[in-house]
Design a binder for this molecule. Structure first.
Ligand code: NDP
Length: 483
């Protein structure tokens, strides 16, 4: 959805500079994305990695090879070699001017670099100012990892600093969730199917429920998680982005500006959260994780109720739930439709509790299901709820960073958030970042603290996404031919 105007930055970035190339994110996601981009012909410009480690270029190449072997299986060594030929290294402290002089030298004749900040948020400002002081920001783009701020005030301050060095249309705020095919399909499915639009409003929809569940804990990231928590790490970004895709008005025209504006308008219409809308939880054992305070009140689970005060959504509650060490790893949306207004059939009571719904399974195994009632064979007018199930959705491979880095280097911001949307989303969660009840304990492997059930009880309770179907057992080896 690229769009062109006389004010757009030049078409394609001619170098990619990755701050944080020795970090965890680079190892797990960025090297695999670069590999895929080279393989698809989407990357042929120099890539300059920057980090504090005193590595040689060869050591960076070893790190890239290791990442590709462990994370992708590296099916094509020739592609790996093509990537390594593009990959250079600059080491230095981001606080030192010499680091930026070395980056300038490494950029050689590049005129339109893209800088990717895959670094701890506390360093975003330091790097932006370093680039600016070295005169490296003109015609450049900047790609900023989440979280963009840790509350409304810090998001505004970060925008102010970023915009003092880069034009707003050259700032790409990454939420890798938006690069997932299943999320792009929410936008497509809603607006490529005309039968949805007349249904998609407060007249027909009773409530919307979204669950993003992980069965694993914080793993080795205790120090990071202590500064974040579920509200900042998942709700403010991934979950509100899902809400925006489901709730937005049709974009007024083709192009990323219309999509970004339509999403920002959803956040503007959202009521700011109050403590009574939120249940925070913490899995039992979290306080024993490395780098976690023994009296930590950081939440590893959130359940909340949202309201969107727009013409379309007035009176429809949105229930959001996310957490770590829950019973399954799955992300799912359920849009519950209202039951028929008339009690025509013998099973009319069941229509209240088992009304139609649309289910978007986002991960794993993405799917879309429409739940409808059909009559059972027999004399009485009694039916059952069955799902029309689109399971073979051709979503292909899911490498969000490949898509997002490629889009940013092309200047297509459809899958990124603009300043308005980021700040409006923070304004929704800001009141409860500090004003909230203590986190309630829940056992690992459960669906969170029981108090979360009370939030949604009047709308039929939570629907727990099913675990993915087990992978089929490998076929037994063929019998050996007897000589
Ligand atoms: P890490 O702590 O693993 O990596 C930090 C990187 O920054 C390293 O390359 C480190 O270099 C470099 N660095 C830190 N301080 C300096 C400094 N003063 N000067 C020069 N280099 C420095 O972070 P992650 O990779 O985990 O995360 C990076 C960003 O990505 C964060 O914003 C995070 O929120 C985001 N993110 C991370 C995810 C993940 O799964 N890890 C998922 C989604 C987002 P060196 O190692 O050489 O010291």
């Amino acid at each position: 959805m690229a769009e062109h105007s006389p004010h757009s930055p030049p078409a394609h970035s001619d170098a990619l500079v990755i701050f944080g190339i020795s970090g965890d994110l680079a190892f797990k996601k960025i090297f695999p994305a670069l590999y895929a981009m080279v393989k698809n012909g989407a990357l042929s410009v120099p890539v300059i990695g920057v980090a504090a480690s005193d590595w040689t270029r060869e050591q960076l190449h070893q790190q890239a090879r290791k990442s590709l072997q462990e994370e992708t299986g590296m099916d094509d060594p020739a592609v790996c070699e093509r990537l390594l030929a593009l990959l250079f290294y600059v080491h230095g402290d981001y606080r030192a001017a010499e680091t930026f002089s070395a980056i300038k030298a490494a950029l050689k004749n590049a005129q339109r670099p893209a800088y990717y900040l895959a670094i701890p948020p506390s360093l975003f400002t330091v790097v932006i100012q370093g680039l600016q002081s070295a005169g490296l920001t003109e015609q450049a783009r900047i790609i900023v990892e989440k979280p963009f701020g840790r509350d409304l005030a810090s998001a505004q301050e970060l925008s102010r600093i970023a915009q003092s060095a880069f034009a707003e249309n050259a700032i790409f705020r990454i939420d890798h969730y938006l690069g997932k095919e299943a999320l792009m399909n929410l936008l497509y499915f809603r607006f490529a199917n005309s039968f949805f639009e007349p249904l998609w409003n407060r007249d027909n929809i009773a409530s919307v429920e979204i669950t993003l569940a992980e069965s694993f804990g914080i793993e080795e990231r205790g120090a990071f998680y202590e500064t974040a928590g579920c509200l900042r790490d998942v709700v403010e970004n991934h979950m509100l982005q899902i809400v925006a895709l489901l709730a937005m008005e049709p974009p007024a025209f083709q192009g990323f500006k219309a999509v970004q504006q339509a999403k920002a308008n959803v956040f503007y219409a959202m009521r700011a959260l109050v403590p009574g809308d939120l249940v925070r939880g913490q899995y039992i054992g979290y306080r024993n994780e490395p780098h976690v305070a023994s009296d930590s009140d950081v939440e590893t689970f959130c359940a909340l109720r949202l309201w969107i005060d727009s013409w379309r959504w007035h009176g429809v509650p949105w229930f959001l739930r996310s957490g770590k060490k829950l019973a399954n790893t799955a992300a799912e949306v359920r849009v519950h439709l209202k039951p028929p207004p008339q009690r025509l059939f013998d099973d009319a009571d069941a229509h209240r509790t088992q009304a139609n719904y649309v289910r978007f399974r986002l991960s794993p195994d993405p799917a879309i299901a429409l739940a409808t009632r059909v009559k059972c064979a027999g004399e009485s007018f009694v039916g059952q709820q069955r799902e029309l199930y689109l399971s073979e959705i051709s979503l292909g491979h899911d490498l969000p960073y490949e898509r997002l880095l490629g889009d940013a280097m092309e200047g297509d911001a459809t899958l990124f958030s603009n300043q308005e949307a980021v700040e409006a989303a923070w304004a929704v969660v800001n009141p409860v970042l500090t004003d909230h009840a203590p986190a309630l304990p829940y056992p690992p492997g459960s669906w969170g603290p029981p108090e979360a059930d009370a939030l949604i009880a009047a709308c039929g309770g939570w629907h727990n996404p099913e675990a993915p179907a087990p992978a089929p057992a490998p076929a037994p080896p063929p019998p050996r031919a007897t000589p």
